[in-house]
Design a protein. Structure first.
Length: 434
């Protein structure tokens, strides 16, 4: 074969693949709108598909009285061509689900639906009959408020739906809490639908599947936090994944000077049984490390509102007879101990401790540096403990080789000192994105 023939063949191949590879509209949207804002229109980006792939267009409306959840996904697909189709998965009045799906290869950007008009008629916002059943009505990607809005149902609807829709695929991954009016009872909003375009849909109606928990972190220093209860409330709420429970974790570290209290509230991984426990990981005469962990499974049950849950079970500090050993004492989250105070250790102390504990989990990441008194034979504060409540813990004792995979103290802690933040540190500074 001559080089010219080979080039010609290559040229043909390249031309062919250029014909076959499509450019499609690309984009996703998943958002709740006031029904009065519909119909909507939109613009999208583009993407180049692999050879042989088509363009897909999916629009889904979940309509619930005054609100509509709009889901759009567009992009390349391996699915076969499919005529544009409007499907009423659950007809109104009351809760309704309707979709538009289309797969095409006839031209670039053929997935060109640009508004919700094909699915939206003004009649679908018909006013409900003034009398009859009332249902809590909600459409939310967070929780439905416990004392939510009760709205009258359209005439003839006698059942209240209370569930969660799980949507996955086509770049959409979401849980949608739904409460509203239906003609029939039970957990059957989807009416047998399992897929809408590339999106797999499921529903669950057991309240255990959409538990809402209090959520947030709190770090607090203070001379008295190991003796006097301090407030432990958080402003956030979080809807947990299916099967998860609520948890609250409180950790106290006291080296005899400026103790630290770390609190976390949120979801506990699925399969965790309900329980309440307190632990004394390390105690007098040396550094005190103690924790409280509570797991429960009803809405907002992680609601201990002050630190007495832990303090009440600590051994009362009998005035310790001072020994002869003196150690620097310090608990800090700024990478190093800023202002250790040299203290006289209680009788029985045999050496000084210096190290740090890395805390991660529940949206929190911090390295707590610790110096204080210690009694033989203990060298470690945490022994082999790897978790304190929802927090993963990793202790590094100075002078011992750091365990493999240890993380260096985070630089943003030093940055916080520069900003001169107060010593009560809240989530927002410390929180990692979930
Ligand atoms: C929806 O919009 C209408 C008119 O703009 C307004 O009166 C109504 O309060 C809104 N409803 C909700 C739930 O925001
Ligand atoms: C449920 O689905 C069936 C078949 O898919 C359809 O004929 C019926 O109208 C749907 N019911 C409602 C209430 O939407
Ligand atoms: C702390 O909480 C307990 C119950 O959890 C309550 O009895 C007590 O009064 C609270 N103390 C303070 C100081 O808020």
């Amino acid at each position: 074969m001559s080089p010219v023939t080979l080039l010609a063949l290559l040229g043909v191949t390249l031309t062919l693949s250029r014909i076959q590879a499509l450019t499609c509209q690309k984009g996703t949207l998943n958002s709740v709108y006031n029904a009065t804002e519909l119909p909507l229109r939109w613009t999208t980006g583009q993407e180049d598909c692999e050879e042989g792939w088509g363009c897909q267009d999916t629009l889904m409306l979940i309509h619930n009285g005054p609100q509509v959840n709009v889901v759009i996904t567009k992009g390349c697909t391996q699915a076969e061509d499919q005529e544009a189709r409007v499907t009423e998965h659950r007809a109104g009045p009351g809760l309704s689900i309707i979709s538009y799906t289309h797969v095409c290869r006839k031209a670039n950007l053929c997935n060109d639906l640009a508004n919700s008009v094909p699915l939206w008629t003004p009649s679908s916002t018909a006013a409900p009959a003034p009398e009859g059943t009332q249902c809590p009505t909600c459409l939310s990607r967070d929780e439905c408020k416990e004392s939510g809005t009760e709205l009258p149902c359209p005439a003839g609807l006698r059942h209240c739906y209370n569930g969660i829709l799980l949507l996955n695929g086509g770049g959409i991954s979401t849980s949608l809490r739904v409460q509203g009016c239906m003609a029939q009872g039970g957990c059957n909003l989807l009416n047998g639908t399992q897929e809408i375009g590339p999106i797999r849909v499921r529903e669950k109606c057991n309240p255990k599947d959409f538990l809402t928990c209090q959520s947030g972190n709190k770090l607090q220093f203070g001379p008295d936090v190991s003796r006097k209860p301090v407030e432990w409330t958080v402003s956030g709420n979080k809807m947990c994944a299916s099967g998860e429970a609520c948890q609250e974790t409180l950790l106290l570290i006291d080296a005899g000077h400026k103790p630290l209290l770390v609190g976390n509230k949120g979801c506990a991984s699925s399969g965790t049984q309900d329980f309440t426990a307190t632990f004394i990981h390390s105690g007098p005469p040396g550094v005190l490390v103690a924790s409280y962990y509570h797991v429960c499974s009803s809405n907002g049950c992680n609601r201990a509102d002050n630190s007495s849950v832990l303090l009440n079970v600590l051994p009362s500090p009998a005035a310790p007879a001072p020994g002869s050993l003196r150690c620097p004492a310090c608990v800090d989250v700024f990478g190093t101990c800023q202002n250790p105070k040299v203290i006289t250790c209680p009788m029985g102390s045999t050496h000084c401790y210096k190290g740090n504990i890395q805390l991660t989990g529940g949206g929190l990441s911090a390295t707590v540096t610790i110096q204080g008194c210690m009694a033989k034979p203990a060298k470690s504060l945490l022994k082999n403990t790897q978790n304190i409540g929802v927090l993963s813990v990793n202790e590094n004792i100075e002078g011992e080789p750091a365990p493999k995979g240890g993380v260096a103290p985070a630089p943003y802690l030093a940055w916080m000192v520069g900003l001169g933040l107060s010593l009560a540190l809240w989530c927002g500074v410390f929180c990692l994105p979930f």
